[in-house]
Design a protein around this ligand. Structure first.
Ligand code: DGJ
Length: 744
């Protein structure tokens, strides 16, 4: 069957300016489309199905995402659209133009100034590599010839589907990608409760929940760098409910693997179906796509579960540990970081004594933070030295090698801090390469923390940044860990290198960062990299493809961290969460949660310390040693167990979570009292989850002299522990308890 596609109309003629009208021919010619077989394309995982329908007119429509539908023969019945469906509602990858008037996934401006694209199916293939099944669907606009490939990677066991697009320009002229999203996902439910995350310095990953209405909801970052200290490119969507549930109901979790500007929009059609468009933000980024060029979007990750937010988190975490986090599934060392214990004021002697203490307390690594570099412009505060990555000979005359060897001699690994994307105006680098700084001609280059951003869209800067990492690794024969910091957002954006193509800046910056990261990983596959950006400014699955962990927040206060770690862990696995005990109050932290509370909380992530150990009292030090020692008994569960959240801190006086081994033979339970009124309202009985009801578990409280639960050291059935009888006495504000469970 042949169909026709109109390309012009009299009305359009009337709207074209008179100058252009003389040169343009509107012939009312139409393009003939080839015949297409009506068919279903389904992407399946163990418990989910994404079902797409190719209509006879070639339009591609999403007709189902959610529970796995057992019988593919029934899938055609999912089509509830009228016979002449023409790519409007439910379009799988809707483009600006044609009949589509909603939020587009793709918006192309062509060389002749037109904005219309209508994508039609031309074919698809399915391939399998390393157990991941990839469905590639080819689409085409028959007027301009523009092509799109939609790729869906199905991770069967984890119930995760990663989707992204490739845009191909087969024409002879450059086109502008005004918007090129990774994915558009149509879902159909009666209600949508959105959970998403915003943040600020020392207030990372703050949670917000709202029921979606018919106005468009957008989560976006335009910060360039430090994207996630604005919003995080991730969300949970509870379906058919206005109540958030950890354990029941349908939940979709989504996360974009991209560290730059992003945009995720939620738009209901004039029924109740919701279109989620996610990808790079179009903000100031009408990307020029040259003839024969291909633009690849980042991946958008989706999972669905009918076991509430907990089920969706566990799916994403399992995927992340196996595929999404560099080195995921392996255990990272506990550590003492020098920052809050010494800041910029140290000598070799200071650091050696901190290493003595780190080793003495049972930690596994020492990390030398900011302040070790710069001679002409010594890094004695944050106003000088960034860019000049030579060892400061005044502070550290024996060099880094001496420190690393000392650490290794004590049985400690050794790590070091860099901030390679940045430069202080007071540095040799700023004087030698002013053209490497992000700037816009004639405008002030604004400073934040006394620094500027280097232009990573420039390949010469990419080489320089790679060189910083490379040379730092050569400072000692063996460096185990690099903390990569990034303390500045992009402002007055502009690249001297990109000249008139400034629309490329934000995209090329992030791609430039990834190019550097790829080179690093080729040369240094084993070094542990922590991704820090004034704390959690770069917590996303784009960065985590190269980094083993993140610095969750500069705010290490126990109470603040409860909320931040709870929210972070909704999307990201505990293995990435750098979680340190520091002194309180300090310049970054206002509150005064007790040391035990801070330890009990830090132990639910990758444990570390960030203080001057000499300032601990003997009793505090003894507690620290006890907590660190016991952590090793269950650390593997934190790193690779399944998380079950037992109490939502946003919804009461307690926070609780547990990690359970895959075979359900071991678990660790963390419980915290976080509000004052709990003393009068009585205690809390937690319902443990994920245990085998038929097995018996011995429960042992950690980090204490005297237990707060009557059942300590006793054995209970999994059924009993799940029944709401697990009621440690947490009656004081900031009381907390950690329990290790082992099946007998
Ligand atoms: C910001 C980081 O978040 C801190 O942990 C610390 O590394 C400082 N930068 C050092 O300048």
């Amino acid at each position: 069957m042949k169909r026709i596609l109109p390309v012009a109309c009299a009305l359009l003629c009337a709207l074209v300016p008179s100058q252009a009208r003389k040169t343009q021919k509107f012939t009312h010619e139409t393009v003939q489309l080839p015949a297409v077989e009506r068919q279903i394309i389904s992407v399946q995982t163990e418990n989910t199905s994404l079902v797409l329908l190719v209509h006879e007119n070639g339009a591609l429509q999403t007709v189902h995402y959610g529970t796995r539908l057992p019988n593919p023969e029934e899938y055609l019945a999912l089509d509830t659209s009228s016979e002449d469906y023409n790519g409007d509602k439910g379009a799988t990858y809707p483009a600006t133009g044609g009949r589509y008037v909603g939020e587009p996934a793709l918006h192309v401006k062509y060389a002749d100034g037109s904005h219309n694209t209508e994508l039609y199916y031309t074919g698809h293939e399915v391939s399998t590599k390393d157990g991941v099944v990839t469905t590639t669907i080819r689409l085409r606009d028959y007027v301009t010839g523009l092509r799109v490939r939609l790729l869906y990677e199905a991770y069967e066991k984890q119930d995760v589907i990663a989707s992204h697009a490739e845009i191909l320009n087969p024409g002879e002229k450059t086109v502008e990608l005004v918007q090129a999203a990774s994915s558009s996902l149509y879902v159909d439910a009666d209600e949508y409760l959105l959970t998403h995350f915003w943040g600020a310095w020392a207030a990372d990953m703050q949670l917000e929940r709202e029921v979606l209405g018919h106005d468009m909801k957008v989560i976006e970052s335009r910060r360039g760098t430090q994207a996630t200290q604005g919003n995080n490119p991730s969300f949970l969507l509870s379906l058919n409910t206005r109540e958030f549930s950890e354990t029941t109901g349908e939940v979709i979790a989504g996360a974009l693997a991209w560290s730059g500007n992003f945009r995720i929009s939620f738009e209901k059609d004039n029924g109740h179906r919701l279109n989620i468009v996610s990808g790079i933000s179009p903000h100031a980024s009408a990307y020029p796509l040259a003839p024969q060029g291909i633009f690849e979007t980042p991946r958008m990750l989706y999972t669905w579960s009918d076991q509430g937010a907990g089920g969706a988190s566990r799916n994403l975490h399992r995927w992340a540990r196996k595929y999404g986090v560099y080195g995921g599934g392996t255990v990272n060392p506990t550590l003492l970081n020098s920052w809050e214990g010494a800041y910029f004021n140290f000598t070799t002697e200071t650091l050696l004594r901190m290493m003595d203490d780190a080793a003495g307390m049972g930690l596994e690594m020492f990390v030398l933070d900011d302040g070790w570099f710069g001679n002409d412009y010594p890094r004695n505060s944050d106003n000088a030295g960034l860019g000049d990555w030579e060892v400061n000979v005044k502070k550290l005359p024996e060099g880094i090698d001496y420190l690393a060897q000392y650490a290794h001699g004590k049985g400690l690994k050794f790590g070091i801090w860099i901030e390679p994307e940045m430069v202080n105006p007071d540095s040799n680098l700023a004087h030698e390469h002013p053209e490497w700084v992000v700037q816009s001609p004639g405008r002030e280059i604004y400073q934040g923390r006394n620094q500027w951003v280097l232009d990573l869209s420039n390949p010469a800067v990419q080489d320089f940044v790679f060189g910083i990492f490379d040379r730092t690794m050569q400072l000692a024969p063996h460096i185990d860990y690099i903390k990569w910091d990034c303390n500045r957002v992009v402002q007055s954006f502009g690249s001297p290198y990109l000249g008139a193509e400034q629309d490329r800046f934000y995209v090329d910056y992030t791609q430039g960062l990834y190019k550097v990261m790829r080179r690093i990983r080729e040369k240094y596959p084993h070094v542990i990299v922590q991704c820090c950006s004034s704390g959690g400014g770069r917590v996303d699955y784009g960065a985590l493809a190269y980094c083993n962990e993140v610095w969750t927040s500069d705010n290490t206060d126990g109470l603040s961290r409860v909320f931040m770690q709870y929210a972070t862990n909704l999307i990201y696995p505990a293995c990435i969460m750098g979680s340190h005990v520091s002194a309180v109050p300090n310049h970054q932290t206002g509150n005064v949660t007790p040391l035990k509370f801070r330890f009990d909380l830090a132990c639910s992530g990758r444990l570390g310390m960030e203080l001057q150990p000499r300032n601990l009292t003997p009793a505090e030090r003894a507690l620290a040693e006890r907590c660190i020692g016991s952590y090793y008994q269950y650390r593997d569960l934190v790193f690779s167990g399944d998380v079950y959240r037992l109490a939502d801190p946003y919804d009461g006086s307690y926070y609780g979570l547990m990690y359970v081994s895959e075979d359900r033979s071991r678990a660790v339970v963390f419980t915290y009292c976080i509000r004052f009124e709990s003393r009068s309202v009585g205690g809390k009985a937690f319902r443990l989850q994920g245990l085998d009801p038929e097995r018996t578990y011995r429960v042992t409280e950690q980090n204490v002299d005297r237990s707060c639960w009557w059942g300590n050291e006793k054995a209970f059935s999994g059924k009993f522990l799940a029944s709401g009888s697990f009621n440690p006495v947490l009656s004081q504000m900031y009381s907390s308890a950690v329990f290790y469970l082992e099946a007998e």
